[in-house]
Ligand binder design. Structure first.
Ligand code: HEC
Ligand code: HEC
Ligand code: HEC
Length: 361
C-alpha cells in the first residue's frame, strides 16, 4: 500500500515538472543570473565533481620556467577574453555569462594542481568553461597549470614578460596577417625562438614545411591546443604569407660542422648519421639531411639542425608515445621507429642537432 503511495507521489512530481518545462515559465535568461542558493548549489556540485574526478592525477615538476612560459603565452591567446589577466579586464561580453567567468587570481588558491589540471583538460559542463582542444596533449595542459600556480602572485610586469616575451620580441611582424602579432609573442620577431627555448625556431625551416605544418594544425591533423588556438581563423592566403615571412633566408641553410666533443654528442652524431642498427632505427640524416649544404630529402620535411634542444626532445617524446602525434602528410614516416628510441637516445640525438649551428651560408 505504502509503496504504491510513494509511486503515485513520484509520478505526480514528474508530471508537474514536465508541465512546468512545457509551459516555458522557467526563465533561462542569462541576464537574470542565478538565485544565490542555486549559484551556491551548482558551485558545490562542481567542486565535489572536480575533487572526485581528479583523484589519482599526479602532477609533474611544475616549477619549470619553460612550462610556465608556454602556459602563460597560451593564457593570453585563449583565456583572457573570459578570465582577464593582470594587464587586462575580461571582455564585457564574457562578464554577461551565467555563471560569469571568475577573475582567476582570486580563486586559484582553492584548487590543488591536479584539480586545476582536470578543469583545464575537461572544462565544466553548463558553464561555458571549454575543454582542452587537443585531448592527447596532457603536457600542454600541465603547462597551463604551471602558469596558473604562479598567477595569483604575479605582477603586471612579469605577466607581460611571460605572455608576450622579452621587449625585443614584442614588435608586430610586418605581414598583412592580423594574427602575426601573436606569433611573435612566442616564436620571436623573426621566428628565432625565445631565450628559454619554450617554443620552436621557425627561421630554419623551408617555406614548404612551414606551410604544411600550419595546415596540419588548422585542419586538426597535428594535435596541439596551443597552436590550434593560435592559428584559428587563418585563411590559406594568411598561411602562405606567414610561411614566406618566417622561412629560412636561403631555402637550405648550411649547418656548420661541430666536432662532437663529449660522449652524449658523439652518441647523437652516430644516431643522426648511421641510425641504431640493432634496433632497426634508420639514420635520421637520410630524411633530415642536416649537415653540409644539403637539401632535406624533401623540402617539406623539417630541418633539425640548430633547432631548440627542448623542442626536439618534446617532439620525439610525442612521436614515441603510443598516441598519434599527427602532422603533415608525411608524418607517418617517423612512426615505425620513433617508439624504439629510449630517453638516452632522444637526449643524445636532440643535443647533437641542437649543437649544429644553422646558418644560411
Ligand atoms: C568562454 C569563456 C571561457 C573561456 C575561454 C575560459 N574559461 Fe575558464 N571558466 C569559465 C567559466 C564560466 C567558469 C566558471 C565555472 C563555474 O563557476 O562553475 C570558468 C572556470 C574556470 C576555472 C575554475 C575557477 C574557479 O575557481 O571556479 C579555471 C581554473 C579556469 N576556468 C581556467 C581557464 C583557463 C586556463 C582557460 C584558458 C585555457 C579558460 N578557463 C578559458 C569560462 C571560460
Ligand atoms: C602561445 C604561443 C604560440 C603562439 C601565439 C604561436 N605559436 Fe606556433 N608553436 C607554439 C608551440 C608550443 C609549438 C609546438 C606545438 C606542438 O607541440 O606541436 C608551435 C609550433 C609551431 C610550428 C611548427 C614548428 C615545427 O618545427 O614543427 C609552426 C610552423 C608555428 N608554430 C607557427 C606559428 C605561427 C605562424 C603563429 C602565428 C599565427 C604561431 N605559431 C603562434 C607556440 C605558439
Ligand atoms: C623516413 C624519413 C625520416 C626519417 C628516417 C626520420 N625522420 Fe624525423 N621526420 C620525418 C618527417 C616527414 C617529419 C615531419 C612530421 C610532420 O609531418 O610533422 C619528421 C619530423 C621530425 C621531428 C619534428 C620536427 C619538427 O620541427 O616538428 C623530429 C624532432 C624528428 N623528425 C627527429 C628525427 C630523428 C631523431 C630521426 C632519427 C632517429 C628521424 N627524425 C628520422 C621523416 C623522417
Amino acid at each position: 500500500m505504502r509503496s504504491r503511495f510513494v509511486l503515485v507521489i513520484a509520478l505526480a512530481g514528474l508530471f508537474i515538472a514536465a508541465v512546468f518545462a512545457w509551459s516555458g515559465l522557467f526563465n533561462v535568461a542569462a541576464s537574470s543570473g542565478h538565485f544565490k542558493i542555486t549559484a551556491w548549489f551548482l558551485h558545490y556540485v562542481m567542486r565535489q565533481s572536480v575533487k572526485t574526478h581528479s583523484i589519482g592525477i599526479v602532477p609533474p615538476d611544475l616549477d619549470d620556467p619553460v612550462l610556465i612560459r608556454r602556459g602563460g603565452a597560451h593564457f593570453e591567446t585563449a583565456c583572457v577574453y573570459c578570465h582577464g589577466s593582470p594587464l587586462a579586464d575580461s571582455s564585457p561580453v564574457a562578464r554577461q555569462m551565467t555563471p560569469a567567468p571568475p577573475r582567476l587570481r582570486h580563486t586559484l588558491d582553492k584548487w590543488k594542481s591536479a584539480e586545476l589540471f582536470w578543469i583545464v583538460k575537461h572544462g565544466i559542463k553548463y558553464t561555458g568553461m571549454p575543454a582542452w582542444p587537443a585531448q592527447d596533449r596532457d603536457d600542454e595542459v600541465w603547462a597551463v597549470v604551471a602558469f596558473l600556480e604562479v598567477l595569483s602572485t604575479m605582477s603586471a610586469a612579469s605577466y607581460r614578460e611571460i605572455a608576450f616575451g622579452t621587449e625585443s620580441e614584442r614588435v608586430a611582424v610586418p605581414t598583412d596577417v592580423p594574427q602575426s602579432k601573436g606569433c611573435a609573442r612566442c616564436h620571436g620577431q623573426d621566428g628565432e625562438g625565445d631565450d628559454i627555448e619554450a617554443f620552436p625556431r621557425l627561421d630554419i625551416q623551408s617555406e614548404r614545411y612551414l606551410g604544411a605544418a600550419l595546415q596540419s594544425y588548422v585542419q586538426g591533423r597535428r594535435q596541439s591546443g596551443i597552436m590550434e588556438a593560435a592559428v584559428s581563423g587563418l585563411t590559406p592566403a594568411d598561411i602562405e604569407a606567414l610561411a614566406r615571412y618566417y622561412r629560412a633566408p636561403a631555402e637550405y641553410g648550411q649547418a656548420k660542422h661541430q666536432s662532437a666533443g663529449d660522449a652524449t654528442l658523439l652518441k647523437g652524431q652516430k644516431i643522426a648519421r648511421e641510425g641504431i642498427a640493432e634496433k632497426q632505427i634508420p639514420a635520421c640524416n637520410s630524411c633530415h639531411k642536416s649537415e653540409g649544404n644539403m637539401p632535406n630529402f624533401r623540402p617539406d620535411f623539417p630541418r633539425l639542425a640548430g633547432q631548440n634542444k627542448r623542442f626536439l626532445i618534446d617532439q620525439l617524446h610525442l612521436f614515441a608515445a603510443e598516441k598519434d602525434r599527427g602532422g603533415t602528410a608525411f608524418a607517418g614516416l617517423m612512426a615505425p621507429f620513433a617508439h624504439k628510441l629510449d630517453n638516452e637516445d632522444i637526449d643524445a640525438v636532440a643535443a647533437w642537432y641542437a649543437s649544429l649551428a644553422a646558418s644560411s651560408n
